[in-house]
Design a protein around this ligand. Structure first.
Ligand code: 7TS
Length: 412
């Protein structure tokens, strides 16, 4: 199964523009992906025809909006093979999803002396909430080390065995590193965590729209992801939680829509998912996220993963040839997600991004919300090219040419 990026490009209106007089090359998909026409149309259609509040009206529009919203929940459940749509909670995105677990689950379960385990290469969104939860409970935060001077060795699996003691109550890890491109063996992590009774949280922000993802096969407890990185809108994301765990959790945020009965002094909660969705939800974006799931499945996530892998290998090959480049993450030829982070000794990442922009190329430069990792690697920042289903090898050729121009300029 392979995909034709040229055919796919026709579905993405934004790609057909010039930037600084050159055809746009969008290589910042790690930050956010572009949206196909079908997703944009779903938003317009909702606001033109169905807009209404959900779960509380008996009129036609409210019923349509409710059906659309709950249909989107079922669609997302199918996308990740959740056993039950009630295991899908809509949030604003990965960051909020992780915070909900850290606050709700952390408050209920963490005690002094407990350990929360994570890795040395988490996005700040999967680090700071655990710092806060551990601090509030008097628990300790520990880290699975990253191996290799450039992080090329991935997580230290031998250390993981030592770290996973019965004191570990929760293990939170990314599926794909947004800075290194490392793909973690998530099913293996979950298997090992389960053996010591630890709850697992997967940050799937960088993987969910790029490769098959089956929560039952992986055997995870919680998963967080964002719509905007998987061809869906901004402002919508998902927290998947295993039903048995969700049923035992109190909501972190309270208000309308989540209660069975309220007195002046107290309230009782509806079951999940409503219990975790206080207030009017983001109906339009949830519906359009469902459309994004349809779009990605029509292309095929196996095919997207193969395309990402092909582009990453091609980019590694092209960029490795540039003088003085330091590429971080898995070595050339090893599997990596569709992104490549790199640094030059004498050219700052912000100059790389600025020069690339002159050539119509969108890159990202900075610490990528990975400050502790950058310090560990002895870097202030990297430049990052991140690919998706509509990117082509010709675009990587243009990136390589632009980088040659930058290097020539700074060589004086
Ligand atoms: N986790 C990972 C692994 C991420 O890459 C990101 C965003 C997040 C969490 C947070 O997602 P949000 O949708 O809640 O903001 N990563 C990036 C990035 O690499 N460049 O910009 C955002």
């Amino acid at each position: 199964m392979s995909l034709d990026p040229q055919k796919i490009r026709a579905d993405f209106p934004i790609l057909h523009q010039q930037v600084n007089g050159k055809p746009l090359v969008y290589l910042d998909n790690g930050a956010t992906s572009q949206k196909p026409r079908a997703v944009i149309d779903a938003l317009v259609r909702y606001y033109e025809r169905d807009n209404s509040n959900v779960h509380r009206g008996l009129h036609a529009l409210s019923m349509r909006a409710t059906d659309g919203y709950e249909g989107a929940r079922a669609r997302v459940a199918k996308f990740i093979n959740a056993a039950d749509p009630a295991e899908v909670i809509f949030t604003r995105g990965t960051t909020e999803s992780i915070n909900v677990v850290a606050r709700s689950w952390g408050h209920a379960h963490l005690k002094p002396g407990d350990v929360v385990l994570t890795t040395e290469f988490e996005h700040h969104s999967n680090l700071i909430p655990w710092q806060q939860a551990a601090r509030a409970a008097g628990a300790t935060l520990k880290f699975v080390p990253l191996l290799g001077v450039d992080g090329e060795g991935g997580p230290d699996l031998a250390a993981l065995d030592t770290l996973l003691t019965p004191q570990v109550k929760l293990f939170a890890f990314t599926h794909v590193s947004n800075t290194l491109g490392t793909i973690n063996p998530v099913a293996e992590f979950c298997r090992r965590a389960r053996a010591v009774g630890a709850v697992t949280v997967i940050d799937a922000a960088q993987s969910i729209g790029h490769m098959p993802f089956d929560v039952q096969q992986i055997g995870c407890d919680f998963v967080a992801f964002s719509g905007h990185k998987m061809c869906g809108p901004t402002g919508i994301g998902v927290l998947y939680g295993r039903r048995a765990l969700l049923e035992k959790l109190a909501p972190d945020e309270t208000g309308g829509g989540i209660v069975v009965s309220v007195t002046y002094q107290d309230a009782t909660w509806k079951p999940a998912p409503e219990r975790f969705e206080a207030g009017t939800p983001n109906v339009a974006d949830a519906i359009a996220l469902g459309t994004a799931c349809d779009y990605l499945d029509a292309v095929g996530r196996e095919a997207i993963a193969a395309h990402d892998d092909q582009l990453a290998r091609y980019a590694m090959d092209k960029l490795s040839a540039l003088p003085g480049i330091r590429i971080i993450g898995p070595r050339a030829g090893s599997p990596r997600s569709g992104l490549v982070s790199f640094a030059f000794e004498h050219v700052h990442a912000h100059d790389v991004v600025t020069f690339a922009n002159e050539d119509g190329i969108a890159l990202r430069g900075g610490h990528h919300c990975n400050q502790p990792l950058m310090r560990k690697l002895g870097l202030a920042s990297t430049s990052r090219a991140s690919f998706y289903l509509y990117n082509t090898e010709e675009e990587i050729d243009r990136l390589a040419k632009s980088l040659e121009r930058i290097l020539k300029f700074f060589a004086g």
